[in-house]
Design a protein around this ligand. Sequence first.
Ligand code: GCO
Length: 264
Amino acid sequence: MSISLFDIKGKNALITGSTHGLGMAMARGLGLAGATIIVNGNSSQQKIDNAVAEYKKEGISAVGYKFNVANEADVKAAISIIEVEVGQIDILINNAGIIKRTPLIEMEVADFKEVIDIDLVSPFIVSKHVVKSMISRKEGKVINICSMMSELGRNSVGAYAAAKGGLKMLTQNMATEWAKYNIQVNGIGPGYFATSQTAPIRVDGHPFNDFIINRTPAAKWGDPNDLAGAAIFLSSKASDFVNGHILYVDGGILATIGKPTNEN
Ligand code: GCO
């Protein structure tokens, strides 16, 4: 086995939602391994420019594009521009996502639909437009960012769980349809990570904070940089016969039923 199996130097990687959080950590990992990072966000051009500058400070080759992953016309236009200005997209990470923590009984239908639109429909939209050129080249890597909620339920995150459970099956279906073009579609399922998304439930004294540390065999929140290895593996030749797999990076959460709080 040679180390070049994991070589992604010179590849172009589009990571949606890569101006912060897990998307940024995975993009950084691919960038430090030699890929050119195509940064995406939709909140402001300033945020994208700041992120690109941060990547560049570390010697990473990075470019930024603002577009709304949930809007097909916007995605279609952006992908064509990227293909002209940057070149072929070799690696796509569908990472952009939102969460709304509201009990189902209180949730507005519009809010439920917004979560489904961004977390489930947009990976379909972006993949559909990126994969076209991968199909003609007979080569490509797609990684969908799933969640513990692809497997488990939790009070107040019903819409998110429905989307992430759907994303796991969408991953398997994409793998089913596109494996014949030598495109590998897999997922990464992060456990509980220290990001801005989990900031409200991670504060000291919040019961959820202690719960997660107790529930995770590794007994801590994940560091976003812990996802880089999984992202590199699923972006490289090392995973050329891995299709439709969800690689959970969760400190062991899914391996266990958990334990009482007073047990070590
Ligand atoms: C929550 C969390 C989760 C995590 C993550 C777990 O409220 O339960 O925010 O949704 O963000 O997706 O894998």
